[in-house]
Design a protein around this ligand. Structure first.
Ligand code: MG
Length: 444
């Protein structure tokens, strides 16, 4: 039986994510690690309930807890990586709707806990094999403030003077999430800031936590209305950043990924790591700057691990998750914000012009309902030919572009992504495979 999904343990508050579960998980995590464990939360309504239960479990098994309160996930990860803390726990449901919450474990090096270690914690959890401590051996809880440490860490890696010279105006949109106490101050240390939705509120009154085009209309309008140089929207736990250019236009995540990847390759040369679902614009742009791209399965911890393995210069995903190895091996929206300002300052160009250099591709996404996903994937494999890649699902290369067919990790659906230079061609390719999969499904 599995407890951890692709994003730690996640579910609806007081239905899946109960205090009983959190206590037991806290005891399991506390029995696996031994020492000092840091904990932080985003801004969700379930956080106090879940955090206190997790803390009870952690100290009952003999650990001390450093409570960092509301902090971006990457801030807690940076703290774990750079201090002698033994592990971290983050209470967050990232970009999910308000009713969700989750519990994620961070390893001593600041990366998300690998699958093998998760399985060990699961085993302790299910067997209730918790470490026993006597009354005088239980741990203590200390308050800690990690935000200045995080902000200073980012600024120490950036050309702060060059950014300041430009006198940029930045609109930050924290979406009432974990970035609220961090991002306006971080941006404010190098630029003028207009701040939106920076009061922590788990009902997310400003906007929903995922920084989609529809959700960040207020930010787009505010950038235009205030004559700002750039807008940045964060997801609920502030590890992903989505940008808005000086004209108030939404910048697709694959474009900001390409721009940053190109900049890093220009500076240092080397390899960029990204999942197979990423637009070809990234590889094309990186190659034009003399670098190369390695593809992985979908998922930011997988990208991060590959980056460590091959000493990549940069990595990231199309959803606004950018990974800067000189800083840490996880998505980091604070670092993304300052790095984007540095890029604009060094190039001496507005963001719209930087983005205009990125090759234009159209991605069309669709899906088919399917319960027997692995049987379906085998059937599809036997029915198609040509140049294919099996890194994650099936990626088929055609003259006009590529199609990626992947079973969803959580739902009974097969996802289809098609990319081409031409929007209509991308749609047609996706529809062709969709019809084929529907045909197979009717005979399964
Ligand atoms: Mg997130």
């Amino acid at each position: 039986m599995r407890l951890f999904g692709t994003n730690g343990v996640r579910g609806v508050v007081n239905e899946d994510m109960t205090p009983e579960l959190a206590l037991k998980l806290g005891k399991a995590i506390g029995s696996y690690f031994e020492g000092n464990i840091a904990i932080a939360t985003d801004t969700r309504t379930g956080n106090e309930m879940l955090k206190n239960a997790v803390i009870s479990g952690l100290i009952s098994t003999g650990n001390n807890v450093m409570d960092a309160k509301i902090a971006p996930s990457p801030a807690l990860q940076y703290y774990v990586k750079n201090t002698d803390v033994d592990a971290g726990v983050i209470i967050t449901a990232s970009h999910n709707p308000p009713q969700f919450d989750g519990i994620k474990v961070i390893d001593r090096d600041g990366t998300e806990l690998g699958k093998e270690k998760e399985e060990k914690i699961e085993e302790i959890f299910f067997k209730e094999n918790f470490r026993k401590k006597a009354w005088n051996e239980i741990g203590r809880v200390y308050d800690t403030d990690i935000l200045d440490f995080y902000i200073e860490g980012i600024l120490s890696l950036s050309d702060v003077e060059k950014i300041k010279e430009k006198g940029f105006k930045v609109v930050t949109d924290c979406g009432n999430g974990a970035g609220s106490y961090t991002m306006p101050y971080l941006a404010g240390s190098v630029a003028k800031v207009v701040s939106l939705n920076a009061h922590p509120d788990g009902n997310f009154p400003g906007r929903m936590p995922e920084p989609t085009r529809e959700n960040i209309r207020d930010l787009m309008a505010t950038v235009k209305a205030t004559g700002a140089d750039i807008g940045v929207a964060y997801d609920g736990d502030a590890d992903r950043a989505i940008f808005v250019d000086e004209n108030g236009n939404y910048v697709d995540g694959d474009k900001s990924l390409a721009a940053m990847a190109g900049y890093m390759v220009e500076k240092k040369g080397g390899v960029v790591v990204t999942p197979v679902s990423t637009s070809s614009c990234v590889e094309e742009y990186v190659k034009s700057k003399g670098g190369s791209v390695i593809y992985t399965k979908v998922g930011s911890p997988i990208v991060a691990r590959k980056m460590i393995e091959i000493k990549a210069v940069f990595g990231g995903e199309e959803n606004g998750g950018l990974i800067f190895p000189q800083h840490q091996y996880c998505r980091d929206a604070g670092m993304s914000t300052i790095a984007m300002l540095e890029l604009m300052a060094k190039k001496d160009k507005p963001l719209s012009e930087i983005i205009a250099e990125i090759p234009k591709y159209a991605i069309y996404k669709t899906k088919v309902e399917c319960k027997e996903k692995s049987k379906m994937m085998n059937e599809i494999k036997s029915k198609i030919s040509g140049k294919m890649d099996f890194t994650d699902g099936i990626k088929v290369f055609e003259d006009d572009g590529w199609v990626l067919i992947r079973p969803s990790g959580t739902e009974p659906i097969i996802r289809i992504y098609a990319e081409s230079m031409d929007e209509e061609k991308a749609r047609k390719m996706a529809e062709r495979y969709r019809n084929m999969i529907k045909d197979i499904a009717s005979n399964l």
